[in-house]
Design a protein around this ligand. Structure first.
Ligand code: PLP
Length: 392
């Protein structure tokens, strides 16, 4: 049997596994030491009441003969797609429910949408960024090129200057790990570039709910022309803590046509072949996020994390250390002091302050000498960490 040798090309260890191993090792050597975990990219508050109520209702429905449901539509229940459509309307974006595909989360669809395009198209991925884009493309065997995000461009790299056609371009805004968020004109440049070169943009909007600044777009479809060349991948994980429940959605516009093929229709056919839909329970819970009650409760939680981000960023403001993020993102990305490497700084923070963070180099080579702290911890831990970090 010949196996998919691309799988052997994946890096041997996953960043977060490496972090966990180091932390476990430290705990073994230092029993009783209490660590402050600011490395988490996971949501740490419980599901809000409105969601829990609907999850219960869904289970109840499944428990009775009259309201039981088996397989649902693979593209998701219309009730949820209608709610997503209304949500986009509040952003000034008109979508059709047929353009919305409910998924089991953004991570799966980051790889799934790649099946729409030949592996002969090169892919352009920001560096540093969420590692799943690189991994999915390695598995597919695609040639990977990088868009360099650096301190000089405030971790918001612009369009490539070369003439390469038909690229798959990933954009993550607000970015994980840097928190940097593109403005309208920067995204417009990418859309114009994609239209000129016959490229496609995979826009990961997993952190869109953290955008507060009205001058920043939270959807690529706020940009004229994007419906012809962009796919938007989104998630209920960071807006409402669905990291364990699992639910997300992907928008593939009807206007997207390559080689005379309607990509929305092709994806729908692909979905029927490969997917039997997201759990009814998850979709009922997700739908509650858009109810009046749900929106209020979800925003309260988001404000909690935003407050943490503000508290943490005050350290870097006070110390005059370069940082990005925090304002429209749950992450703070900063330069390690004294030119330390990302992993050296990880060890230093762990040993000297008992704080766990995430080494920037784990997100790409341009992340070397940088570090990510997350605001997904508790307020108490965040305040304690801030006090300690001020002694840096
Ligand atoms: N996209 C980005 C940028 C992320 O940081 C994450 C998770 O951390 C995901 C996607 C995955 O989201 P989901 O839980 O919906 O799979």
């Amino acid at each position: 049997m010949i196996i998919n040798s691309n799988l052997k090309k994946l890096s041997k260890t996953y960043l977060f596994t490496q972090v966990t191993e180091k932390v476990e090792n430290y705990k073994k050597l230092n029993p009783g030491v209490k660590l402050i975990n600011l490395g988490v990219g996971d949501y740490t508050l419980p599901l809000c009441d409105a969601v829990v109520k609907k999850l219960r209702e869904a289970v109840n429905n499944l428990s009775k003969k009259e309201t039981f449901r088996g397989y649902g539509p693979e593209e998701g229940y219309l009730f949820l797609r209608e709610s997503v459509k209304k949500y986009y309307k509040t952003k000034g974006v008109d979508l059709d429910t047929d353009e919305i595909f409910i998924s089991d989360g953004a991570n799966s669809d980051i790889g799934n949408v790649l099946e729409l395009f030949s592996k002969d198209n090169p892919v352009l991925i920001p560096d540093p960024v969420y590692p799943a884009y690189v991994d999915a493309n390695i598995i597919h065997g695609r040639k990977i090129e990088y868009l360099n995000a650096t301190q000089e461009n405030n971790f918001l790299p612009g369009i490539p200057k070369d003439e390469v056609k038909s690229r798959i371009i990933y954009i993550c805004s607000p970015n994980n790990p840097t928190g940097a968020t593109y403005n309208y004109s920067q995204l417009k440049a990418f859309v114009d570039y994609a239209l000129e070169t016959g490229s496609v943009i995979m826009f990961d909007a997993a952190y869109e709910s953290f955008i507060k600044d009205q001058n920043l777009p939270s959807s690529i479809f706020s940009i004229e022309g994007a419906k012809k060349c962009a796919i938007e991948i989104c998630s209920f994980s960071k807006i409402a803590g669905f990291t364990g429940v699992r639910c997300g959605y992907t928008v593939i516009p009807e206007e997207m046509v390559y080689e005379d093929s309607n990509m929305n229709k092709i994806y729908k056919r692909r979905l029927a072949a490969r997917f039997n839909g997201v759990s009814y329970i998850s979709q009922m819970g997700a739908n509650a996020v858009f109810s009046r009650e749900g929106t209020e409760q979800v925003n309260e939680n988001l404000d909690y994390f935003r407050k943490n981000a503000k508290i943490l960023s005050s350290v870097f403001e006070k110390k005059g250390i370069f940082y990005t993020g925090a304002k429209n993102s749950p992450y703070i990305w900063f330069k390690c002091p004294s030119g330390m490497s990302s992993w050296d700084f990880f060890d230093y923070l762990l040993e000297k302050f008992n704080i766990v963070g995430t080494p920037g180099v784990g997100f790409g080579k341009n992340g070397e000498n940088f570090f990510r702290l997350s605001s997904f911890g508790t307020l108490e831990e965040t305040e304690l960490a801030t006090e300690k970090l001020l002694k840096l």
